[in-house]
Design a binder for this molecule. Structure first.
Ligand SMILES: C[S@@+](CC[C@H](N)C(=O)[O-])C[C@H]1O[C@@H](n2cnc3c(N)ncnc32)[C@H](O)[C@@H]1O
Length: 399
């Protein structure tokens, strides 16, 4: 197997063609080569999601290994980066994920919208909510109805909602949720609701990713260098994200193609996958992220089905030797299953931070030929965390 570290100028994704050799690729982009606004363009930033790969990485391997009208599979599709990029290039895409919220997010990103219709709905529901929160007569009735329900039907486990939201924020969110039933483009409205809920939680501004306990009192904010007060109302977020969502959908609509997109809420180890031409994916890492827990507020608010026991490599399972062995077997099983839907010679591009050196064993266990490994230096700064690590792009061939 060849190993490449990347030399020379970082690769411009648009320059890659099927003939570009792996040795020519340099995936070590610096911030100035690939600024944040490019990495989070259009629908890629419709909702925060921890653990996605960057669209430009996917674009490079789509351009190298896929032609328009072929079909790419992402068995661990997450927030849908592969599906969105494939669609931009006219490549059909099939994505699986075991987390219902991720499936909802992918569906909202890739749906083909009637732009005028979706604009009308997003603004209409916002207007309804604003009217309800400003007219006092109306307010009392609505507050009563959603308040009565706040503890009972929000979700079977709504203690979480009562703990993590100020009463007014929760009423606004529950009212918006109730109004969604009157509209057609429900996926995108649910995503606006979830994104607003994420921002309106009783957390500190500097720890929106993994807050441990609700923050109910004013606190010293590292992000803003002053005393900040926990959020009391969600409506300004709902307003801001409604407008931002419309802009992002409009921007993507200018780039999207008619290529097909299929999204499935299934475990990649056992799904009956339709025929595909290859794979581009980034599997969960071992013991790093709990993908369900990351969006707990959305599960609670939207009543989504929780399948966390089927999550491979969940942080809650740790990274012990035993967890690593189980992880290897589970990931290999998902790839063996994916290989059933591909012809011999098909390529699998697997992006992984292989800290424990598990991927050679995975390649062996699923019977693929390991063609190359491209190493990529990743330098990232999010919130108060900064990280620097190497990520590998494994190129495998189905035998
Ligand atoms: C690293 S993330 C993928 C991120 C994706 N590349 C993106 O850019 O958004 C891994 C994903 O695998 C999913 N996953 C974990 N176990 C799974 C399983 N058994 N079947 C399908 N998906 C699974 C997680 O829910 C998570 O969304």
């Amino acid at each position: 197997m060849q190993i490449y570290e990347g030399a020379g100028e970082p690769t411009a994704p648009g320059s890659v063609v099927p003939e570009t050799s792996l040795s020519e690729l340099n995936l070590n982009w610096r911030e100035r080569d690939l600024p944040e606004r490019e990495r989070t363009k259009h629908v890629h930033r419709l909702h925060p999601y921890l653990g996605k790969f960057i669209p430009q990485l996917v674009e490079i391997f789509l351009r190298k290994y896929f032609s328009p009208d072929q079909t790419v599979l992402d068995p661990f599709a997450g927030s849908g980066t592969t599906l969105v990029q494939a669609n931009e290039l006219g490549v059909n895409a099939v994505g699986y994920d075991v987390s219902a919220f991720n499936v909802l997010l992918m569906a909202a990103k890739t749906k083909r919208y009637d732009l005028k219709g979706v604009r009308r709905e997003v603004l209409d529901i916002l207007g309804e909510l604003e009217r309800a929160t400003t007219s006092s007569a109306h307010q009392q009735i609505l507050w009563k109805s959603s308040g009565d329900r706040a503890g009972e039907t929000a979700s079977p486990n709504s203690e979480y909602l009562k703990q993590w939201f100020a009463p007014q924020s929760l009423r606004e969110l529950l009212l918006y949720r109730e109004l969604i039933e009157n509209y057609e483009d429900q996926e995108i409205l649910r995503i606006i609701l979830s994104r607003s809920a994420r921002s309106a939680r009783l957390t500190t501004h500097f720890d929106l990713d993994f807050p441990k306990a609700p923050q109910t009192k004013p606190y010293w904010c590292y992000k803003h260098s002053r005393i900040c007060t926990p959020i009391q109302s969600a409506i300004s977020f709902i307003r801001r994200y409604s407008l931002d969502t419309l802009e992002r959908l409009e921007e993507f609509s200018l780039r999207r193609t008619n290529a097909g997109v299929v999204v499935r809420h299934e475990d990649a180890r056992f799904a009956a996958i339709p025929p595909v031409d290859g794979v581009i994916t980034s599997p969960p890492y071992v013991g790093l992220i709990d993908y369900h827990e990351q969006h707990r507020y959305a599960y609670e608010l939207l009543g989504l089905r929780d399948c966390r026991t089927a999550e491979i490599g969940a942080a809650s399972q740790g990274a012990s030797h035993r967890a690593q062995r189980e992880y290897q077997e589970a990931i290999a099983q998902a790839f063996r299953n994916s290989c059933l839907s591909m012809r011999p010679g098909a390529i699998l591009v697997v992006v992984a931070g292989d800290r424990f050196g598990l991927y050679d064993g995975i390649a062996q266990a699923c019977g693929v030929e390991a063609v190359a490994e491209l190493r990529r230096h990743v330098n990232r700064r999010t919130g108060r965390r900064s990280s620097e690590f190497y990520e590998s792009v494994f190129i495998w061939r189905r035998m």
